[in-house]
Design a protein around this ligand. Sequence first.
Ligand code: ZN
Length: 354
Amino acid sequence: MNWVNFREIRTRIPIERVLTEYYKLDNLKVSGTVATGPCPVHGGNNPRGFHVDLEKNLWHCFTGCKRGGNQLDLVAAKDNVPIRDAALRLQRFFLGDDDGAPAATSPEFPPPTRRDPPAAAATASTDNAPKKKEKVNPPLDLMLQLLPDHPHILEDRKLSQATAEHFGVGYCARGILAGCIGFPVHNEDGQLVAYAGRRLKFSDAEDLGKYRFPKGFHKDRVLYNLHRALPESSDALVLVEGFFSVLKLHEAGIKNVAAVMGSDLSDHQALLAARAASVVVLFDGDEAGRHGADVAVQKLAPLVPVRAVKLANGWEPEDCSPEMLHWLLHGVQEFELTTVSLEAARAAHPTAGA
Ligand SMILES: [Zn+2]
């Protein structure tokens, strides 16, 4: 039997080299640590269908085959061979030795920048169905009782009870989110994966942060409300920072809106957002929001048409009237909004707006 070390192959052969040297692909667009292109596994032609995280050595197809995984999964899927054969192919091609000892370390192969947990490699076997890695943000099988008619929602936030009910949002009287407004959070497939809580007690919010997320929940892997927003994707996807902005925009008739749950768009969230036809970044008008919007635009620009709307100092999307929001989101190119008076904005940007 041929000697094969899955882990060594995965740490020594970056996925980028598998794509460019083993498969000789030249139609991938690389930006930072992300590459995109048509899916080579099912042979698609959507230039944004196939996404690769070059740092984590992970790929995913968002269009035809919807498959994904690491380097070995890629070769197994594309060449239609078991994982072990995929490993042998890469070992032979890159390390030039498949009959015994590991090949000598060569300066050609930089040391791995990040050690993956060995789970997938260690459990991979000769059969066709390698065990799945533990799922990030697995679906929840519990439901919290939340009260949608709480004064914080109806009076402080000036949202309707119907909106709160539509999003399943409400006050939580008991349990881990007691005293918070709870938000059910779903993944892009619409599965409930967490409840986030907005702390209402001023001192708690000051000391512990405004929002609480469950332990072990990876908020960088989810965009809040994306599963409802994407079907509306003939329009641009509007990215906001917070939960309440999603509800407010929804009430203003802007349904294709999702929240980053903070001002730092992660690489994974950028990949998720890039499934829309185009993206508008509408973050808060403060220092964190402005910086976050710049970073988000940098991450999204290679993936999807994107523009940013910057609000005046101290303003949040929730402060804008429905008319203002529509005006901002339709047809306005990137600019610095220095006033949220619609008349003044129109005067300053006479060619903008619909
Ligand atoms: Zn595919």
